[in-house]
Design a binder for this molecule. Structure first.
Ligand code: NAD
Length: 259
């Protein structure tokens, strides 16, 4: 299963959730990784765990807030300094914001969601693409089913995830000529710390009941696992993906097809 051997991949939001699960699968498949997160403590713990599981891989950690342009430039510079190249970017860091109706949405939270989910993804592509132009490469941006559908009480999140889908299409159009394939994934509800927090907001007294109710509406009658997503990401970042580009790929047990 070494189809990422010799690849250098940057994973943002690597300290937990979808980023952590992807980092594990990418390392298992042979990649050396730059792990980026603004939660320094959790990031270092993640690196220790990965290094002990995969002693033959190299892991660089860079503490960075993806909404700060200089931080993003720095994680790319550090990667090139350490590994001499970049082959892929898993542009995953993001936040949900708060659940509120459109009219009542707190504008400061709205702006923060834009800074992280939209500009963070944009800066990642802005600084990684010039490196990928040297030898070709792959980008996977993280949108959401909220990037292809509306989600009640999540206007800012939905706005930014639609923007991620749009930027993905543009990057694919503009840089396909440089052998850069760019896609977005659109996960449904995957059980990570972020989603656990959302269920707490939906039903503060009984978040497990909210989770169960949500899962009952899915065709598969379950939530997704971070590992389900990680394997799709690994494929999209590998050489086995030779021609998929500009797509927003739902990974949601089929739920977004339901009327
Ligand atoms: P999570 O909260 O469990 O983990 C997110 C990680 O990103 C954390 O380690 C956090 O510290 C980091 N992070 C957040 N903002 C950052 C910033 N500004 N700079 C650097 N690091 C930052 O979330 P998750 O569920 O793993 O979500 C990861 C991505 O997947 C997000 O973009 C999210 O919108 C998207 N997504 C998740 C789901 C889901 O069901 N879990 C569904 C659709 C989309």
């Amino acid at each position: 299963m070494a189809n990422l051997k010799g690849k250098v991949i940057i994973v943002t939001g690597a300290a937990m959730g979808l980023g952590l699960a992807a980092a594990e699968v990418l390392a298992w498949k042979g990649a050396d990784l730059t792990l980026v997160d603004y939660n320094d403590e959790a990031l270092n713990k993640t690196k220790e765990e990965l290094a002990s599981k995969f002693p033959d891989r190299k892991f660089l950690t860079v503490a960075a807030d993806v909404s700060v342009e200089e931080n993003v430039k720095n994680y790319v510079d550090q990667t090139v300094k350490e590994f001499g190249k970049v082959d892929g970017l898993y542009n995953n860091a993001g936040i949900e914001g708060k659940q509120a109706s459109l009219v009542d949405y707190d504008i400061n939270v709205f702006k923060k969601v834009i800074d992280i989910n939209l500009l963070g993804v944009y800066y990642g592509m802005k600084y990684v693409i010039p490196e990928l132009q040297k030898n070709g490469g792959k980008i996977v941006n993280v949108a959401s089913v909220g990037g292809i559908r509306g989600v009640l009480n999540q206007t800012a999140y939905v706005a930014t995830k639609h923007a991620v889908a749009g930027m993905t299409k543009n990057a694919a159009l503009e840089y396909g000529k440089d052998n850069i394939l760019t896609n977005a994934i659109a996960p449904g509800a995957i059980l990570t710390p972020m989603v656990a927090e959302a269920f707490k907001q939906v039903n503060p007294d009984n978040p497990k009941a909210a989770e169960k109710e949500y899962a009952s509406r899915n065709p598969t009658r379950r939530l997704g696992n971070p590992e389900d997503v990680a394997h799709l990401v690994a494929y999209l970042l590998s050489d086995e993906n030779g021609y998929v580009s500009g797509q927003v790929i739902a990974i949601d047990g089929g739920e977004s097809n339901m009327y």
